[in-house]
Design a protein around this ligand. Structure first.
Ligand code: WT7
Length: 664
């Protein structure tokens, strides 16, 4: 892994504005603080003094069939185990216990479709759907421990499917709907999924995409995959393969309406979620049952100051990413919250759809990504201005550093300066929020995720000495295990150690982000130190995109970098060398973009393609991405003394200038 910061210091903080705003702080509004679930700063010291006792108190908020015998098993780091000896069931905690306590009539999900369709699903109804579908999965031969793939859009069935898997102890492997069928196939293959749940077609901004037919094109020869369950969502016709494919509605109609929750070991795998790392091969992040649910439920309750009886909570992410797993499905349902689930994009049918939804359902807590806030900012304050947003009381941000300008817009225009903002830093690997303000306690600084959540321990380490930095920039690490941490990389334990625990030893988790600690101890996450890019909150590896680009017949070599982008945070720029004497034209560009869309998904398509006669390499043949970033941004080049052939960069600089001239 390269340790060279991917983002220059401060780059993500909006330059000068950051320096200006760094001195500006925001106290929790007095009224909010008074009523907050947590408003005594002593909670930090208490948790720090005895973190295990703190996490035990959180785990005790869940229903266990059998209590644990040991809180933390740290006999074999970095393979930590939590709450060993305990048994529980995630779907029971998310559904049954609320129904048993007489809260079955509470709305779990206000689902809203792209064309304005609405479905209010209560806890009792969701439980009934989950039980039936869990029975149906068993009828299809799914057993405890079998991996089940899920490739569904933002429809209620995706929540039902995840919880049904959790109920019978079949780890799910959800693939974001924006990934291509090829990417789904790859993930099904790596995880040896036995069954895949997908959909006839998906709605996107008024159009429909034929999902099942695409899946069929690539899935044919995958021997491990025995069954495909098709949800008839749009009613569009699709091919069904005899002996392999079944309809969701048909198998649930004949299934046993009762399916008791399986008592599962605290360390039983709950899910695998593939995410991008430094190489082209995605990493299968494995999360387990007891610690994960403890982490997501506790953070969801305290970071969002959740009042399940009165709040309407909306996380405007996609279930296909970890944000959706932890804060659309598991955290909110474990806490008995009423949530909004929106099928579509933020600008369809029009650019005020989000604000219409906030008004319609009386949303009190909104959790979204900076890229969306920046888009809204660009569209203008008139759109939110058309709606009554006075129900909002708390705002959250996640996925990338939020630039102070967007933070202030969110604060003023959306929150009317009344709502605390929680900028939450975490990762697929951490399972739950790790660094965040507590809204009734923490004074916030726009652009900083502030302090670790109680019971979480973060440090900034000097890159060369490995020593903790009190003030300044370095590598972010987490120094103690936490309940919702990934347990391993699925089927790749060596890679797990190598990626996260090699740099500072097996007890210190290397995050992969650079961060700065200021004189008040606030943490400012800057960006990735590895070859991971973050495009509109979508995590991608440059190697993954490169390998998709070279799959195009005309391409000889490609190097991909993330370039700072006002809208998407980072944008993908590809330097491409074509075969032989081929010259790139508009058609080649479209061809390459189409290849990437097919291999990974449309969201991974490069925004810019720069033709390169050759790529800047060291004498040992390593591509110098740092120089490519300078070239793409039109900056003066840094140190070029290690280059094998300095003439290469001149050609590229000339090429970029020429392309810019053409664009202007
Ligand atoms: C990477 C993890 C966390 C769920 C969504 C993304 C970046 C995430 C923040 C934040 C600065 C952030 C980091 C991290 N990131 N949240 N509040 N401030 N950076 O999960 O896809 O696993 O990506 O997203 O670089 O390492 P993910």
């Amino acid at each position: 892994m390269s340790t060279e910061p991917d983002t220059a210091p401060g780059e993500a903080l909006d330059g000068e504005l950051a320096t200006l705003l760094e001195v500006e702080t925001f106290d929790p509004p007095a009224e909010f603080r008074e009523r907050a679930l947590l408003n005594d700063p002593a909670v930090y010291a208490q948790a720090a003094e005895d973190p295990q006792a703190w996490w035990v108190a959180q785990a005790e908020q869940l229903d266990w069939f059998q209590k644990w015998t040991r809180v933390l098993d740290d006999d074999d780091p970095p393979f930590y185990k939590w709450f060993t000896g305990g048994t529980l069931n995630v779907s029971y905690n998310c559904l049954d216990r609320h129904v048993i306590a007489g809260r079955g009539d509470r709305v779990a999900l206000h689902w809203r479709g792209e064309e304005g369709q609405e479905r209010d699903i209560t806890y009792a109804e969701l439980l009934a759907d989950v039980e039936r579908f869990a029975s149906a999965l068993k009828d299809q031969g799914v057993q405890k421990g079998d991996v089940v793939g899920i490739y569904l859009p933002m429809i209620p069935e995706v929540v039902v499917a995840m919880l049904a898997c959790a109920r019978i102890g079949a780890p799910h492997n959800v693939v974001f709907g924006g990934f291509s069928a090829e990417a789904v196939r790859e993930r099904m293959e790596f995880s040896e999924a036995k069954l895949l749940i997908t959909v006839d077609g998906a709605a996107r901004k008024g159009k429909t995409a034929p999902v099942k037919d695409r899946v069929d094109e690539v899935m044919g020869d995958l021997a491990t995959l025995q069954t495909i369950v098709v949800v008839r969502s749009l009613g569009t016709p699709c091919q069904m393969k005899d002996g392999r494919d079944v309809y969701y509605d048909e198998i649930t109609a004949t299934a046993d309406p009762a399916c008791p929750p399986e008592p599962l070991d605290a360390e039983h795998p709950l899910y695998i979620l593939y995410t991008s790392g430094s190489t082209a091969k995605p990493k299968g992040i494995l999360h387990t049952t007891g610690g994960y649910l403890t982490g997501v439920a506790a953070t969801h309750r305290y970071v969002f100051d959740l009042r399940p009886e009165s709040d309407v909570y909306w996380c405007a992410a996609d279930v296909g990413w970890v944000t959706g797993h932890s804060y659309i499905v598991y955290g909110p349902l474990a806490n008995g919250a009423t949530s909004v689930m929106w099928e579509g994009a933020p600008d369809y049918p029009d650019k005020d759809i989000w604000w219409e939804i906030v008004e319609r359902y009386g949303v009190t807590i909104l959790y979204c990504a900076p890229t969306a806030i920046r888009a809204c900012m660009k569209w203008g304050a008139d759109w939110p201005g058309k709606h009554d947003l006075s129900s909002l009381r708390l705002l959250g941000s996640v996925g990338e550093p939020i630039n102070p300008k967007a933070w202030l817009w969110y604060h003023k225009v959306v929150g009317s300066e009344r709502c605390p903002i929680v900028d939450t830093w975490w990762q697929t690997e951490t399972g739950a929020i790790m660094i965040t303000p507590l809204p009734g306690i923490t004074q916030t600084k726009p652009g900083s995720a502030t302090y670790p959540f109680p019971g979480v321990f973060a440090e900034v380490r000097d890159e060369s000495t490995g020593e903790p930095i009190q003030e300044g920039q370095g590598l972010l690490v987490l120094t103690q295990p936490w309940p919702s941490m990934l347990r391993t990389l699925y089927k790749e334990p060596e890679r797990f150690i190598e990626t996260y625990f090699k740099r500072f030893g097996k007890e210190t988790y290397l995050v992969g982000d650079a961060a700065r600690r200021d004189s008040d101890g606030y943490l400012w996450v800057i960006g990735r130190i590895d070859d991971v890019v973050n495009v509109s909150g979508h995590r991608l590896s440059t190697a993954e995109v490169e390998s998709a680009i070279v799959a195009h017949a005309d391409v000889a070599e490609a190097a991909v970098i993330g370039q700072h982008d006002e809208d998407s945070g980072q944008a993908i720029v590809a330097f491409v060398t074509l075969q032989g004497d081929l010259a790139g034209d508009e058609q080649t560009v479209e061809g390459i973009r189409a290849t990437v869309a097919e291999r990974i998904g449309k969201f991974a398509r490069p925004k810019r393609i720069i033709w390169a006669d050759d790529l800047p390499k060291t004498r040992s043949g390593k591509i110098m991405r740092r120089l490519l970033r300078d070239i793409a941004e039109g900056r003066a080049l840094g140190d070029v003394t290690t280059l094998r052939d300095p003439a290469v960069t001149e050609q590229l600089e000339g090429q970029v200038k020429e392309m810019q001239a053409q664009e202007d």
